[in-house]
Design a protein around this ligand. Structure first.
Ligand code: ZN
Ligand code: ZN
Length: 326
C-alpha cells in the first residue's frame, strides 16, 4: 500500500491521509519509498505508537487486517479507547485487478525469469545436485537484474519431482532423469512464477504420455481463460482433460493462483472459488500430475485476462520435442 519495503512498521490509513509508523532504522528509507503518506518515527513499541497515533487523530473505530496479525500481538493491541474491527481481504481485493504499470512490472519479472531459464540447458549436467542447480538459478536471476527469486527455487530430479512443493536437496542428477524446475524473479516489488520440465531425449513411453496429457490440459485451460468464468470453471477445463486421461486423481492441487506483489495472491483458480474472473487479473495456469515413487510433471505459465480473453505473459518452449534436451 505504501511502497515501504522494510519491516516492523504499520500503516495507519485515515480519511485525511495515511501515516507509516516506523523506527529510526527505517526513517530515511521510508522517506524515499513512501511518497504518498506521512512517516512517523516511533521511539517506544509499535503498539504504543499506534495507540498514541490513533488517539491523537481522534480515531476510535479502526479496522485491522485480521489475517496478518498474530494472536499475541492482537492481545496487546486491545484497548478501551479503540474499537477494533477485524477486516479480511480489503487490501488483497484492491490488488486483484492490475493496472497497466503493474502489468508492465510483472512482465519484466517474467522476462527475467525466462532469460534465466534459457541458459539452464547449456550448463545443467549429470552429477550436479538439485541444490547446486537451484543456487545457480537464483544467482542468474540476480545477475539478470532481479532483486531476488520470488520464492525458494524448486529443482527436483527423477522420482522426487512427485513432491509438488519439494525443496531441493543433495540428490544428484543421474543420466536419463527428468528435471522439474519451478522458479520466478522478483523485480520492482512484483513477481513471476513458471514451471518447466527438462526431459531426457531417450524419453520412455509413460513419461511421454503423461507429459503430453498435462500439456494438453494446460493449453486447453489457457485457451479457455476469459473474463466471466469462475475459478472453479477454469480449473475444471484442465481437470476434465486429465480425468479423461485417467490422471485426474493425480492432480491434487488447484489449477493456479494470482501473482503480483505476493507470489500467491487472489484470485484462487480452483474449485473453491465461485467468483468470476475479471479483466486485469493475472494468474498462473499450472496443472500437475504426481505419482509417488515415479515422478511428477507440472507445466506453469502466467496469463493476464483482457476484456475478451487472455494474454499469455510467459512463452518458454514446452512442446515435447522442445523439452527433451537432457
Ligand atoms: Zn510455480
Ligand atoms: Zn505457481
Amino acid at each position: 500500500m505504501s511502497g515501504f519495503t522494510g519491516a516492523d512498521s504499520w500503516l495507519v490509513v485515515a480519511r485525511d491521509g495515511a501515516a507509516l509508523l516506523t523506527d529510526s532504522r527505517y526513517t530515511q528509507q521510508a522517506g524515499f519509498e513512501c511518497r504518498h503518506c506521512g512517516v512517523t518515527t516511533r521511539k517506544g513499541t509499535l503498539r504504543d505508537a499506534c495507540i498514541k497515533h490513533l488517539k491523537s487523530h481522534g480515531l476510535r473505530i479502526v479496522g485491522f487486517e485480521a489475517d496478518s496479525i498474530a494472536y499475541a500481538q492482537w492481545r496487546k493491541l486491545e484497548n478501551d479507547a479503540i474499537e477494533w474491527r477485524p477486516t479480511s481481504g480489503m487490501i488483497e481485493n484492491m490488488r486483484l485487478i492490475k493496472d497497466a504499470g503493474e502489468i508492465k512490472s510483472i512482465r519484466r519479472a517474467a522476462t527475467v525469469a525466462e532469460k534465466c531459464f534459457q541458459s539452464i540447458r547449456e550448463w545443467i549436467s549429470p552429477g550436479m545436485t538439485e541444490r547446486q542447480v537451484a543456487n545457480k538459478i537464483e544467482f542468474e536471476l540476480r545477475r539478470l537484474g532481479a532483486q531476488s527469486s520470488s520464492f525458494e527455487t524448486i529443482v527436483l530430479f527423477g522420482e522426487r519431482s512427485s513432491l509438488p512443493h519439494g525443496r531441493p536437496g543433495q540428490r544428484s542428477l543421474g543420466p536419463g532423469e527428468p528435471v522439474l524446475i519451478d522458479w520466478g524473479a522478483r523485480l520492482d516489488l512484483y513477481n513471476s512464477d513458471l514451471t518447466r520440465m527438462l526431459l531426457p531425449s531417450t524419453i520412455g513411453s509413460k513419461l511421454k504420455r503423461i507429459y503430453r496429457a498435462v500439456l494438453v490440459a494446460q493449453q486447453a485451460a489457457i485457451d479457455a481463460a476469459r473474463p466471466g468464468m469462475t475459478g472453479r470453471e477454469l480449473d475444471a477445463v484442465a481437470r476434465n482433460h486429465l480425468t479423461r486421461a485417467r490422471l485426474g486423481n493425480r492432480f491434487g492441487h488447484g489449477l493456479g493462483h494470482g501473482v503480483g506483489m505476493e507470489i500467491h495472491e487472489a484470485p484462487v483458480v480452483g474449485h473453491t472459488n465461485d467468483a468470476r474472473l475479471r479483466p486485469g487479473m493475472v494468474f498462473t495456469i499450472e496443472p500437475g500430475v504426481y505419482i509417488p515413487g515415479w515422478g511428477g510433471i507440472r507445466i506453469e505459465d502466467m496469463v493476464q485476462l483482457t476484456r475478451t480473453g487472455r494474454r499469455i505473459l510467459t512463452a518458454l518452449p514446452k512442446k515435447l520435442e522442445e523439452v527433451c534436451v537432457l
